[in-house]
Design a protein around this ligand. Structure first.
Ligand code: F6P
Length: 195
């Protein structure tokens, strides 16, 4: 058994303000999650020698991993959040108001919609390929601390969800999804560390 633990970063300052993308730090709740996650990982992976912690290159994931000690940490650019291009830093309301056609096109086909000068879900799925290959090659457990869109794609891959469902998969904050790839299929457990 070689669990993969998926979690979003702790709540960020941008999450609080409803802004997408960016590279903000953690909110107070996010900082509490950082502590709870470290305790959880310490207990769950206690005697696991080959375990590792993977983050994106954005500070909200690196900060979230900050209290976890005793395991190597690896930063992957491929785990960075979907690039919202010209919409980076905006709220959904602002996009709707200032760029109604963009808003509409995304609503119509969230999977294929590519933000101007940014990415689509399909782009994200494609850039995750090397991460997936490496995840499958690992001998020990991996804790992946990443972002909403990226984790939807990873989760969908391991649980065999159809492509079209990927952009709408629920990926709550402050929750760990544990996936175990067994011979009989995938087993999944969820740990909600905070309300
Ligand atoms: O709001 C948090 C966030 O991670 C944004 O940075 C990102 O653009 C968004 O979620 C992705 O979710 P959706 O595809 O539903 O907009």
């Amino acid at each position: 058994p070689r669990p993969i633990l998926l979690t979003r970063h702790g709540e960020s300052e941008y999450n609080v303000r409803g802004r997408i993308g960016g590279d903000s730090a953690l909110s107070e709740a996010g900082q509490l999650y950082k502590k709870k996650l470290a305790k959880f990982v310490e207990k769950r992976l206690k005697s696991e020698r080959a375990a590792s912690i993977w983050t994106s290159t954005l500070q909200r994931t690196i900060l979230t991993a900050g209290r976890i000690v005793g395991f190597p940490k690896i930063q992957w650019r491929a785990l960075d959040e979907i690039n919202a291009g010209v919409c980076d830093g905006m709220t959904y309301e602002e996009i709707k108001r200032n760029m109604p056609e963009e808003y509409e096109s995304r609503n119509k086909d969230k999977l294929r919609y590519r933000y101007p000068r940014g990415e689509s879900y399909l782009d994200v799925i494609q850039r995750l390929e090397p991460v997936i290959i490496e995840l499958e090659r690992q001998r020990g457990p991996v804790v992946v601390i990443s972002h909403q869109a990226v984790l939807r794609a990873l989760y969908a891959y391991f649980t065999d969800r159809p492509l079209k469902e990927v952009p709408d998969i629920e990926m709550p904050l402050h929750t760990i999804i544990e996936i175990n790839l067994g011979v009989t299929g995938v087993e999944e457990k969820r740990y909600k560390l905070m309300d």
